[in-house]
Ligand binder design. Structure first.
Ligand SMILES: *Cc1c(COP(=O)(O)O)cnc(C)c1O
Length: 371
């Protein structure tokens, strides 16, 4: 039998979020088009102010994408060749690439197998005389244990940069993620919880000198046109993306609440199936960028859900230390067993603002029939 089920449920549908803010987005696009000013203008300045406020951080700088947000942050924090940066063994490869782009070495540390986030107890053992920065990731939108990591960084004289690319709207002990570290790096890739209509990124923080350094680095190392203080980059958040992001920002809080309601319904409906469900510490309010379950026969489960018309994805199939890109570090199978087991077993279920309760219930029924 090869019948496609009616009304398949995609893994992600970005259209409801557009439609919610459509009037503001369309007006923003027209405003920028008519302004004749496309880079480093008032749309960027307005979005930076709004985004900093949303994150509970005094300052923000827009950049071209999330990878650059991490890279320029590490450079601003003084990371260079010979330095080490502590990263999760389980993350999207961008976290590691930003470290490599500075000429520094990513030093992987295993996650807590329950929360999938960097385990502060294991971080300390990986610190050496070369360590400069701790770089936790709020993976899947679940905040990492920032107080423990900040205390460790302070005690060992290290800087703290968090990869917030999946955590727009997440809260840690009631405080928004993005104002909890020396610098916080954001991606506004279209599929992120606050997404541009193209690439985008940003950095939030409290230190005016660090944010200014990022603004200089993003624009050819120059503060005054044609005067270059350092060897910079071209990494600007353009006016169209900044205007779109500012137009979408007012809906983010409601979108996040909707993600939480969908996650709660999934957690409830999938209890008792034997699947490992997301575990949320008492102090965490995740942004639910992804709803990730674990199953020992992940491929079979994914295939059975596909037969029932349910779209799923794997975040991520191969850990960074097993990628050909990182062969140079000399790691092999078994070096980071917690990350390797995760990558074999994780499966992300559909979750997006605008997903109907009926769609959520169909996902639940399909999973219950497939495990
Ligand atoms: C998306 C993502 C990035 C990179 O963001 P881009 O805007 O695609 O460059 C970095 N880290 C994590 C954890 C991500 O999910």
């Amino acid at each position: 039998m090869n019948t496609t089920p009616p009304n398949p449920i995609p893994f992600l549908d970005l259209q409801p979020v557009y439609r919610r803010s459509q009037a503001a987005i369309d007006a923003a696009l027209a405003r920028v088009a008519g302004s004749g000013w496309f880079l480093l203008g008032k749309e960027l300045a307005a979005f930076e102010t709004a985004w900093a406020a949303h994150c509970g951080a005094p300052l923000a700088a827009g950049v071209a994408n999330g990878l650059d947000a991490l890279h320029l942050s590490l450079l601003a924090l003084g990371v260079g060749p010979g330095d080490e940066v502590i990263v999760p063994s389980n993350t999207y490869i961008a976290t590691w690439l930003a470290v490599s782009q500075c000429g520094a070495r990513p030093v992987p540390v295993e996650p807590d197998p329950q929360t999938f986030n960097l385990d502060p107890a294991r971080v300390e053992a990986a610190i050496t005389a070369r360590t400069k920065v701790l770089l936790p990731v709020h993976l899947y939108g679940q905040p990492a244990d920032m107080d423990a990591l900040a205390a460790l960084a302070a005690r060992r004289g290290l800087k703290l940069l968090d990869d917030c690319a999946q955590a727009h709207g997440a809260r840690y002990k009631g405080r928004p993620v993005g104002g909890l570290a020396d610098l916080s790096a954001w991606s506004f890739y279209p599929g992120k919880n606050l997404g541009a209509m193209g690439d985008g990124g940003g950095v939030t923080g409290a230190d005016a000198g660090l944010i200014e350094t990022i603004k200089v680095l993003r624009n050819y190392g120059s503060r005054i046109k044609y005067h270059n203080e350092v060897k910079g980059f071209n990494s600007r958040l353009d006016e169209i993306q900044a205007a779109v992001l500012a137009a979408k920002l007012p809906a983010l809080a409601a979108d996040t609440e909707e993600r939480r309601a969908i996650a709660a319904r999934l957690l409830d409906g999938l209890a008792g199936t034997g699947l490992q469900l997301p575990v949320v510490p008492a102090w965490a309010e995740p942004a639910w960028h992804l709803f990730v379950v674990r199953h020992p026969e992940r491929e079979a489960l994914q295939a059975r859900l596909a037969e029932r018309g349910i779209g799923t994805l794997i975040h991520y199939p191969v850990p960074p230390h097993r990628q050909p890109a990182y062969a140079e570090l000399g790691y092999g199978e078994g070096d980071f067993p917690i990350a390797e087991a995760m990558h074999r077993e994780v499966l992300s279920l559909p979750l997006w603002p605008g997903m109907s309760e009926a769609q959520v219930d169909r996902v639940i029924a399909a999973v219950r029939a497939s495990v």
